[in-house]
Design a protein around this ligand. Structure first.
Ligand code: 5AD
Ligand code: SF4
Length: 446
């Protein structure tokens, strides 16, 4: 039996990307080793940690609003400790303590090992801050606790940081230098997850293709790592995110084509379809280069889904640039996209060099046009799947109807089908009969 009586309760709330969710699991693990247990009930928590995101202004505003609510909670319960972690902590550092007086603790993405010591400092009545970035920290030896897990899918962080310095992006400043994690620990983590019943792992990094390790003088790059993880077990599906188009290699596509358990879904953020804008964004590829990589994907993996990220209204973007983005979307035929309005972030290259000169109205309209285009493309992509049979990894009972199960196919599309005795983690062959822009519907076939 686990002794819980003397343990303190921590509630961790995560904002932002998958990397942040993965970090929250590392944070959870560090705290579980130090007399904390995790709780889903914020009101009963002794410690509330917000793992935050700075990527766009509205991501930060959401955290600021939540802090107001926590302030009210703390007024009623003065022993409550509130910590702000992650990218916003790194970006704003001590300034946050002045702006948000009820915060006790500020810790950046490379400081989580110091959490127990910092919490002791808070207990002794002081505020505590650690926003040092590290060139080495990968948390390689820490086995994450799986927070809010369905027992089927898990994230494995394989590298941290980013040195691409895209002009709009805050990440190189909040997450520091690129560093890769020892491959042995990655493979052990994948094998251990499989033994616990997990059937899908997603290898995470800001730019997974930059993964780089040296073993006795021999370099290990991402394709080799991916191959080793795929070999853990043929029943363990492997995904990865995110890839930078500049170094999506044919070697990588060969590895994906060789192992049936490596999923046929590549997330390849394009950001813009205009060469002028791509140059200003410092993306280091052209529209033609990107399309060449898409052609390579389609040649090696004809059934591969391609998804993307797009920013509407970057500095100086004209109507023609915007049309280039729409035409790019149509040529590639994206299966899925994350779409955003440009949001200027302080101290980035764009904030220093360019003027945020596209009006709010134009940004909104362009974003709407991009979203409509993607709706059309997603529906077309799903319609093409009608009549096909996919192997679906069951994740659970559909949230909309308890008579249906849902899971995903290799292309990362959600597939819904009538409930049977299958459990999460089972593989089921499903014939697709119908679709919406977001979901495939089908029936089980033997
Ligand atoms: N404004 C809008 N979107 C941004 N992204 C990154 N920085 C910004 C910004 N300043 C988007 C990019 C990136 C995704 C994670 O968020 O599309 O790929
Ligand atoms: Fe993730 Fe970027 Fe947000 Fe940080 S700023 S949490 S790296 S999306």
């Amino acid at each position: 039996m686990i002794e819980t009586e003397n343990k303190k309760k921590v509630f961790i709330e995560t904002y932002g990307c998958q990397m942040n969710f993965s970090d929250s699991e590392i944070i959870g693990s560090i705290l579980m080793e130090h007399n904390y247990i995790s709780t889903d009930d914020m009101k009963s928590a002794d410690l509330i940690l917000m793992n935050t995101c700075s990527i766009r202004d509205n991501a930060e505003q959401r955290v600021r609003n939540r802090l107001q609510e926590l302030h009210a909670l703390k007024k009623r319960k003065s022993s409550l400790v509130i910590g702000l972690l992650g990218c916003m902590a790194e970006r704003l550092k001590e300034k946050l303590l002045e702006e948000e007086k009820h915060i006790d603790l500020i810790v950046g993405p490379d400081g989580y090992r110091s959490l127990p010591a910092l919490l002791e400092q808070v207990e002794s009545g002081q505020k505590a801050v650690n926003t040092l970035l590290s060139a080495e920290e990968t948390y390689a030896d820490i086995t994450p606790v799986r927070l809010g897990s369905n027992g089927v899918n898990a994230f494995i962080s394989i590298m941290r940081g980013c040195e691409n310095f895209c002009a709009y992006c805050v990440v190189p400043y909040t997450r520091g230098k690129e560093r890769s994690r020892n491959p042995k620990t990655i493979i052990e983590e994948a094998a251990s997850l499989f033994d616990q019943g997990y059937r899908e792992v997603t290898l995470l990094g800001q730019n997974v293709n930059s993964y780089q390790w040296e073993d006795n003088g021999l370099p290990i790059e991402f394709p080799a790592l991916l191959e080793d993880v795929a070999k853990v077990n043929p029943l363990l599906r492997v995904r990865f995110a995110t890839s930078h188009p500049k170094d999506l290699s044919d070697d990588l596509l060969d590895v994906i084509a060789t192992y049936p358990n490596i999923c046929h879904a590549i997330h390849l953020p394009v950001q813009s379809g205009s060469n002028e804008i791509l140059k200003k964004m410092n993306r280091s590829y052209t529209r033609e280069w990107y399309l060449d990589r898409v052609a390579a994907i389609k040649k090696h993996l004809p059934d591969c889904a391609i998804s993307t990220d797009i920013i509407a209204g970057f500095c100086s973007e004209t109507e023609d640039d915007h049309k280039d983005t729409l035409s790019m979307m149509e040529i590639v035929g994206y299966d899925y996209a994350f779409m955003f309005k440009y949001s200027e972030r302080p101290n980035t290259i764009a904030a220093k060099k360019y003027s945020d000169d596209v009006s709010e109205e134009d940004k909104s309209r362009r974003l709407d046009e991009i979203i409509s285009m993607q709706q059309k493309l997603s529906l077309a992509s799903n319609k093409k799947d009608i009549g096909k049979v996919f192997e679906v990894l069951v994740e659970g009972v559909s949230k909309r109807s308890d008579t249906q199960l849902y899971g995903r196919n290799s292309q990362n599309k959600v597939v819904v089908f009538p409930r049977s005795s299958h459990k999460p983690g089972d593989y089921v062959r499903v014939l697709v009969e119908d679709c919406t822009p977001a979901t495939l519907r089908g029936v089980e076939v033997k």
